[in-house]
Write a protein that binds this ligand. Structure first.
Ligand SMILES: NC(=O)C1=CN([C@@H]2O[C@H](COP(=O)(O)OP(=O)(O)OC[C@H]3O[C@@H](n4cnc5c(N)ncnc54)[C@H](OP(=O)(O)O)[C@@H]3O)[C@@H](O)[C@H]2O)C=CC1
Ligand SMILES: C[C@H](O)[C@@H]1OC(=O)[C@H](O)[C@@H]1O
Length: 255
């Protein structure tokens, strides 16, 4: 139980990586506030809430478009109301609508940057303000990506947001270190979720990605649980401004 007594707030908790991390945190003893867009089915959210409740943990959820700069603050306020405070904030919500560069629609570009980076910025700020008020430090984790370090021809709108999140965690580690608030980035490789279901349905793309991974398989959402719980926990009490690749070795595999 690495997170006993901690209150965790996570965005993008309805599906994929966020859902797995939310459940993993609860299994490690945390109470959890689930953020989501409201587009997932109510049943999906209720099932997750039930899975957390049967562990004996408190859980609440709130819908809101994270691209709205006020959504993060509303989520944090709800966590204070429902859980009594915030010890860990995980900025995870994100989109990746694959698209070529030369005809990238402005709407797709702005929606991606707004969701992945601008919304995360204000949510991190709201979490940090709450932690400052509590006066006991805290942990902030941004789900960045291997894409913060390497490019993607169909991701020219997406990779800058992931590099931005990595940079945000580095700068926040400096800004918030004096308050005892640690800020770190998780860099997943290719994890099978709804975000890339269509992209990986192409057998050539799928095998190309898979063949690049020394551990021999694509990632699963549950692969992120251990790294997230570690960074959230007091085991990582001297870790801040760090980034952790969770990619099966994909990044280092040049030849
Ligand atoms: N899968 C991968 O290979 C990788 C993913 N990542 C990152 O991990 C994070 C999670 O992705 P993943 O689990 O794969 O994707 P999923 O598509 O499975 O889940 C995305 C989550 O983000 C939420 N979300 C999307 N848009 C918004 C919005 N505007 N406001 C609020 N919530 C929103 C969704 O909520 P709802 O269900 O309500 O729409 C959902 O919970 C993303 O930031 C992604 O960039 C990083 C590296 C690799
Ligand atoms: C959505 C992609 O499959 C996924 O997103 C990332 O951040 C990784 O780099 C993968 O490309």
């Amino acid at each position: 139980m690495l997170l006993a007594g901690k209150r965790v707030v996570i965005t993008g908790a309805s599906r994929g990586i966020g859902r797995a991390i939310a459940l993993g945190c609860a299994r490690h003893g945390a109470d959890v506030m689930l953020g989501h867009s409201g587009r997932s089915s109510a049943d999906d959210i209720l099932t997750l809430r039930h899975q957390i409740e049967v562990l004996g943990r408190k859980v609440a959820d709130q819908a809101g478009d994270i691209g709205d700069p006020d959504t993060g603050a509303a989520l944090i306020a709800m966590a204070v109301e429902q859980l009594g405070g915030v010890d860990v904030f995980i900025s995870n919500a994100g989109i990746c609508p694959f698209h070529a560069f030369l005809d990238m629609p402005q709407e797709t570009y702005y929606r991606t940057v707004n969701t992945n980076l601008n919304g995360a910025y204000f949510a991190v700020q709201a979490a940090a303000r709450q932690m400052q008020q509590q006066g006991e430090g805290g942990a902030i984790i941004a789900v960045s990506s291997i894409s913060a370090l390497v490019g993607g021809g169909m991701q020219t709108h997406y990779t800058p947001t992931k590099a931005g999140l990595l940079s945000l965690m580095q700068s926040c580690a400096i800004a918030l270190g004096p308050l005892g608030i640690r800020c770190n980035a998780l860099l997943p490789g290719t994890i099978e979720t709804d975000i890339n279901r269509e992209d990986l349905a192409d057998p050539h793309k799928r095998s190309t990605m898979q063949n690049r991974i020394p551990l021999g398989r694509l990632g699963q959402p549950e692969d992120l649980v251990g790294p997230a719980v570690f960074l959230a926990s007091d085991l990582a009490r001297y870790v801040t401004g760090a980034s952790l690749l969770v990619d099966g070795g994909m990044y280092v595999n040049l030849q």
